[in-house]
Design a protein around this ligand. Structure first.
Ligand SMILES: Nc1ncnc2c1ncn2[C@@H]1O[C@H](COP(=O)(O)OP(=O)(O)O)[C@@H](O)[C@H]1O
Ligand SMILES: Cc1ncc(COP(=O)(O)O)c(N)n1
Ligand SMILES: [Mg+2]
Length: 577
């Protein structure tokens, strides 16, 4: 047995946990078999490395039909949770919470719907069960085709549906199973009646890798045992463990008089008391489903139980905190919002509009040396540039200390927001993130634009400096919003910078799919000529010395803007002629 396990394990280790195992030679792994009552022995081992448990591959390592590799060249298989649960029309709990929780944790989630509920923040107005046959059909569709790592159950409203699920689980004995024994909603409405208790106790719980009851569910499964203290939760966890699940997490969200949100985990050997700050909020509808789905998601990624539970609990706490003030319905129990953190970021940035190429008309690039020479702060310089007519600002502080740069950038952000002018950061993606800037401008030797896009997300502005049509094409492929082309004329703000001239600029504009801003030695005297090359995607000019190395920034910016407006007018006249 051990040697066949070893062979099976070796061939599946890489597939199981790409990140954590790919760097560990398979031979260095040792196994421990944990035979368990009523379960096939092969499901019950953990992987040890240097006598530490570094992962649990029990659900996948021995699946005969497992995909041969998780990362063979271009093919990457994502961790996959199948939720078998009820739909909540209000979107707060059930299938909807499971989908959101898995998505938020970066795990694929397929769904088998057991019941459709008419539900909102007031309560459950109606329940319609899906037929056993159709639950079976959904299970077959998913399991016959997709590689599922973990099954998570929520509302299982009838004995027949539990039996159908058990039948599928028997066919796939190596699937990990998280059982959230949903019985009553937060609003107090019954979702699964007492008739299911026997089949739960006798057949489903012994199959579970972890059982996650709340106080009421734990009490019901234990025949009405009172659970009022943390001590009672320990006892309940122990008694439920005796029913067969490998791990039991008794959740204390509803524990009376408790400052903390305490949960008790028992793995058959040790108890773990997990505490989080109790968030003061009514928006707790869906916490149980979310917690169980997150546990399933972490297990699918390869975490051992304890760290899966810890991460899941931290996620629920943080999500509750983010959503504590949202108002979704008029009832007493609102839902949590799994993505509020992301939405908050979007709101804070205040940038609800898409990038407008017209904002490139007068592009002001700051220079710390010039500001120092003229004895003015970067914030004052930026404000004057905008008041004079700059339509976009880039902070280019090559010699500033990072901390100072961030502080300056934050102040400039405030100024720019108050005028509705985008602020970009030169090179420094970290600074842009720290001050929530509108975007970043990178050169050819900085971080690749594609990576910048991955880090900053879809709605930030990314610009790339280009000297050739090829570079312009690359910038477009990489997801940039505009390109900066130059130096058009020689300049002393950039050393050893090859100039491309008006011809070079024109050649790039002709092939570029992105809007272009011209840069390099441009000022009052030549801005009109540059704009006159007649390229429709040449939106404007970027200037440094022409405004920042002058006594009155505001005045210089104003004059430049006039020249640019005139050039635009001329090109419109030419076009219509
Ligand atoms: N107000 C809260 N603040 C922080 N965590 C909470 C809060 N309410 C519940 N939790 C946590 O949410 C998870 C779900 O718990 P619980 O509400 O007891 O389950 P259910 O939603 O199934 O009734 C647990 O980890 C619990 O500790
Ligand atoms: C379809 C469905 N599944 C589960 C729950 C439990 O969630 P909660 O305990 O947060 O009300 C629910 N209300 N509805
Ligand atoms: Mg709850």
């Amino acid at each position: 047995m051990a040697s066949s396990l070893s062979a099976s394990l070796s061939s599946h280790v890489c597939l199981a946990r790409k990140e954590s195992f790919s760097r560990v030679p398979v031979k260095a792994l040792s196994r421990c078999l944990v035979p368990r009552k009523g379960l096939p022995e092969k499901r019950c081992f953990r992987i040890l490395y240097n006598r530490k448990i570094i992962g649990a591959v029990d659900s996948m390592a021995t699946r005969e039909d497992a995909t041969p590799a998780i990362n063979d060249g271009s093919k990457i298989r994502v961790p996959h949770v199948l939720t078998v649960a009820g739909s909540d029309s209000g979107g707060g709990a059930g299938i909807q919470a499971d989908l959101k929780a898995c998505a938020a944790r970066g795990v694929y989630c397929s769904t088998v719907i057991t019941a459709v509920t008419a539900q909102n923040t007031v309560g459950v107005q109606g329940v319609s069960l899906v037929s056993e046959e159709f639950v079976a059909e959904q299970l077959k569709s998913v399991l016959s085709d997709m590689h599922v790592d973990v099954v998570k159950t929520g509302m299982l409203p009838s004995v027949g549906i539990v039996k159908v699920l058990l039948h599928s689980l028997n066919e796939f004995p190596n699937l990990a199973l998280v059982v959230d024994p949903v019985m009553v909603s937060t609003s107090g409405d019954v979702l699964a009646g007492p008739s299911i208790i026997d089949v739960f106790r006798e057949e489903l719980l012994p199959r579970a890798d972890i059982l996650t009851p709340n106080l009421c569910e734990a009490s019901t499964l234990l025949g009405g045992k009172q659970i009022k203290t943390v001590g009672d939760m320990y006892q309940a966890a122990k008694l439920l463990h005796d029913m067969g699940p490998r791990n039991v997490l008794v959740k204390g969200g509803d524990l009376p008089d408790s400052f903390d949100a305490v949960d008790v985990l028992f793995d058959g050997e040790e108890f773990y008391e997990l505490r989080a700050a109790r968030v003061k909020t009514c928006n707790t509808h869906g916490t149980g489903c979310t917690l169980a789905s997150c546990i399933a998601a972490e297990l699918a990624k390869g975490s051992p139980i304890l760290s899966a539970v810890k991460v899941a609990k931290r996620f629920v706490e943080a999500t509750l905190d983010y959503s504590k003030e949202i108002v979704v319905g008029n009832g007493p129990q609102g839902p949590l919002d799994h993505f509020l953190r992301i939405k908050k970021d979007i709101q804070v940035s205040g940038k609800h509009w898409a990038f407008d190429p017209k904002s490139l008309v007068l592009y002001a690039v700051t220079d710390s040396g010039m500001n120092r020479n003229w004895g003015r702060s970067i914030m004052v310089a930026v404000k004057d540039a905008i008041e004079g007519g700059a339509t976009i600002v880039q902070l280019r502080e090559k010699d500033a200390e990072t901390g100072d740069f961030i502080e300056a950038a934050k102040s400039c952000m405030e100024v720019c927001r108050s005028y509705g002018v985008p602020l970009l950061i030169n090179d420094r993606v970290d600074v842009a993130l720290a001050c929530d800037a509108d975007g970043v401008h990178v050169g050819q030797s900085d971080m690749p634009a594609r990576l910048v896009r991955t880090i900053l997300g879809p709605d930030k502005i990314i610009g790339v400096s280009c000297k050739t049509p090829d570079q312009a094409h690359r910038a477009w492929v990489d997801g940039a919003d505009y390109i900066g082309c130059g130096g058009v004329y020689p300049t002393n703000t950039k050393e050893n910078n090859r100039t491309i001239g008006l011809d070079g600029l024109k050649a790039i504009c002709l092939t570029s799919k992105l809007p272009v801003v011209a840069i390099g030695g441009i000022g009052l005297l030549n801005a009109g000529t540059v704009m006159g090359i007649g390229a429709p995607n040449l939106e404007g000019v970027a200037v440094v010395s022409a405004i920042f190395d002058r006594e009155c920034i505001l005045e210089e910016a104003r004059k430049l803007r006039l020249v640019l407006e005139e050039a635009k007018h001329q090109s419109l006249v030419r076009e219509s002629a």
